[in-house]
Design a protein around this ligand. Structure first.
Ligand code: 7RM
Length: 660
């Protein structure tokens, strides 16, 4: 399947063409930051990057030996038979041991691995030693339940330490976790569990979000009505809200916990042993199960955390992403704990009880690094500077951004208001599929220019091409491809290798296609523009328009639906759906609300359309394809421009513009 041509897509989410970015302000790392940095000069960056792309085997061999704990050394660095990569063949290790046991017997043993704060204000600290004990117990519990290497375990949890413990316990016994974001509906859970045939589900009675309990167990119960593979459910008591426990299937976390052994000898697994499946949106209705394996993934997460976050033993690192997303996998769990830093984990919303929650926590816990998303930064800006100014943010030394392009305005606000002009900002570009950060400044080396993710990480070699795969000149927008395999790249899509090839390696044979449009400026900096496929980025969440359309199509009133994005100040993109109704259904405001609720039920609240527009007909080509490009322009309130010659009936467009 070819993605549509570039042009019409690129202008939609282009937040980089602002007056500020034209000024080309550059922020060099301070001498003070450079002195203490894990990588302290452009010369060292250039040297290592050159080595990583020119002699990848030498580079990755050294990095894998320096950064990972091996039980059995690998014999071959990389085997690349497009599109399948194998890294560190012959090697064996245990990912959980690399995140926990390696720190035991060192000065890190009794330091905080996790400082947790619940939304209601409860605080708990878990040392590396204690984390070892918790994970060991659950590794035994899972094994006793009949879960073994390669078995799938679904995790549907709030942001609490037990979620991290569950992930690490899976890794410890070689089980494959699939974390499902707590905002997904029972339908979405069911589809994911059935796709990977999970045996065990780990959930909670609920979690706290904006002062309310998010029910998780009841949502799981509805999903499990249609998931024959699930044998057991472990339920953490978090909120104390009543839940139904099904005899013989469900067991409380604290009951399972009682009397188990405190030590678990981790077995070593092959470098390519599957570590997790993470479902993500693509351009068709069915979510893709991105598969990551052990050694390469862990090395990517570990190394980028070391260099990009400049992680130190003394850091108290806060990432606001949920563990249900790839950011939560790589930069809440694996990259941070494998480096032995202290992870700060927060359960709830940034504006609970007041919009200064993050700043208050940073001050109280003395947090040193904050990694968050542009959509959150835009919300902070909107809530007002006073919430920030009330608190002392002196402990912060580094800031990060991920998930969508950060506008120069938001960058400058983040830099001045939160970083007090003192903290470097790492704007990190990467994807669920890439496993770890691919383009980002090195905070002690790279001059930052607001709006650009700057330069590629080690081993990353991007190119920009036109629709035919021909490289475009510097400064020109192109589709971004990655030309060489890297250790943390996805290995396949679970159960659908064909789709894996089709999605990532068919458009430009030989290269991995990112799905993003981008350009490189004359200084070599990379400006990411946004998706060129039918994937939206709503508040940093990936949503496939086809998924939303598929959900709407199952509503009895809907004849046809088309979902598009429209630029939105707060969310980056807002989701607008155009719907034609079956005869006998009236276009009422109540039906609009019902359709929004229906999408919420089918996918989850994050996919609820911001706007539902009824239409008598949708603009189509003569061959019957919906022309989303035109709908996008209408949704954005703009003129309908560009080629409309393939449009079957122009009056449809006029009618759409007149409506709503
Ligand atoms: C980590 C993550 C991936 C998509 C990606 C981009 C967009 C992510 C940035 C960005 C501009 C960034 N994984 N994206 N980071 N765009 N600058 N720093 O977000 O799989 O959920 O999304 O997100 O379009 O393709 S993801």
């Amino acid at each position: 399947m070819r993605t549509p041509t570039l042009k019409p897509h690129l202008n939609v989410s282009d937040q980089t063409n602002t007056s500020v970015s034209r000024k080309k302000r550059s922020f060099k790392p301070s001498a003070e930051f450079q002195r203490q940095a894990n990588l302290g000069s452009m010369a060292s960056y250039k040297k290592l990057h050159a080595e990583s792309v020119n002699s990848p085997d030498t580079f990755w061999k050294r990095m894998a030996n320096e950064h990972l704990v091996w039980r059995k050394p690998f014999t071959k660095v990389c085997t690349w038979k497009e599109p399948h990569a194998k890294w560190f063949t012959g090697g064996r290790l245990n990912v959980s041991e690399n995140c926990i046991d390696r720190h035991l017997g060192t000065a890190r043993e009794n330091k905080a691995a996790i400082i947790f704060e619940g939304e209601p204000g409860d605080v708990r600290t878990i040392t590396y030693r204690q984390l070892y004990f918790h994970v060991s117990r659950f590794a035994h519990i899972f094994e006793n339940m009949g879960v073994g290497p390669g078995d799938r375990v679904a995790i549907y949890m709030p942001m609490v330490p037990e979620a991290v413990i569950a992930m690490l316990a899976c890794a410890r016994i070689g089980a494959v976790h699939t974390v499902i974001f707590g905002g997904f509906s029972s339908e979405a859970i069911k589809d994911r569990i059935n796709d990977c045939k999970a045996k065990l589900v780990i959930t909670a009675d609920g979690g706290w979000r904006r002062g309310k309990v998010v029910e998780l167990k009841s949502t799981v119960d509805r999903a499990l009505a249609g998931t024959p593979s699930v044998q057991s459910v472990i339920v953490l008591k978090r909120t104390g809200n009543p839940v139904t426990m099904q005899e013989g299937r469900d067991i409380w976390w604290h009951d399972a916990w009682k009397g188990g052994p405190n030590h678990h000898k981790a077995k070593a697994f092959d470098s390519e042993h599957p570590l997790f499946i993470l479902y993500t949106s693509g351009s068709t209705g069915k979510p893709k199960g991105v598969l990551h394996t052990s050694a390469g993934y862990l090395l990517g997460a570990k190394l980028t955390s070391h260099y990009v976050f400049d992680l130190k033993d003394t850091d108290r690192y806060f990432c606001s992403a949920d563990i249900g997303w790839i950011t939560g996998h790589s930069y809440v769990v694996y990259g941070i704990l494998s480096n032995g830093a202290t992870l700060f984990l927060y359960e709830g919303a940034p504006n609970q009880p007041e919009p200064d929650r993050f700043w208050e926590m940073i001050d109280r816990h003395g947090l040193t690094i904050l990694y968050t998303a542009p959509t959150a930064i835009r919300a902070f800006m909107r809530w007002g500077d006073n919430y920030v100014l009330k608190h002392n943010l002196d402990s912060l030394r580094l800031l990060g951004s991920v998930g969508e392009p950060i506008s120069p305005e938001a960058w400058l606000w983040y830099h001045k208001m939160i970083g007090k002009g003192r903290c470097p900002i790492v704007d990190t570009w990467w994807q669920t599929e890439t496993g770890s950060i691919m383009i980002s400044p090195m905070p002690g080396a790279t001059p930052c220019v607001p709006g650009t993710a700057t330069l590629p990480f080690f081993g990353v070699s991007p190119k920009f091409v036109d629709d035919k795969g021909k490289e475009v000149p510097r400064g020109t927008d192109g589709k971004m491809v990655i030309t060489k395999p890297w250790p943390s790249m996805l290995r396949t899509l679970w159960g659908d290798d064909e789709r894996f090839k089709q999605t990532y390696f068919s458009e430009f044979p030989g290269w991995y296609f990112t799905g993003d449009g981008a350009r490189q400026d004359k200084d070599g900096n990379f400006w990411i523009i946004g998706r060129v496929d039918d994937v939206l980025n709503v508040s940093g969440h990936r949503i496939g328009t086809a998924e939303v359309e598929g959900a709407l199509a199952t509503h009895p009133a809907v004849a046809e639906a088309a979902a598009v994005g429209r630029p939105d100040d707060l969310k980056g993109q807002a989701l607008v759906v155009f719907v034609t109704l079956k005869t006998g259904h009236a276009a009422t405001p109540e039906l609009k609300e019902a359709l929004r609720a229906h999408v919420g039920k089918e996918i989850g609240a994050i996919a609820k359309p911001d706007q539902v527009r009824f239409a008598a007909a949708l603009p189509k080509t003569r061959s019957g394809k919906i022309m989303r490009r035109i709908l996008k322009q209408i949704a954005s309130g703009g003129e309908v421009k560009g080629d409309t010659s393939t449009l079957e009936d122009f009056s449809v467009v006029a009618a759409l513009q007149a409506e709503d």
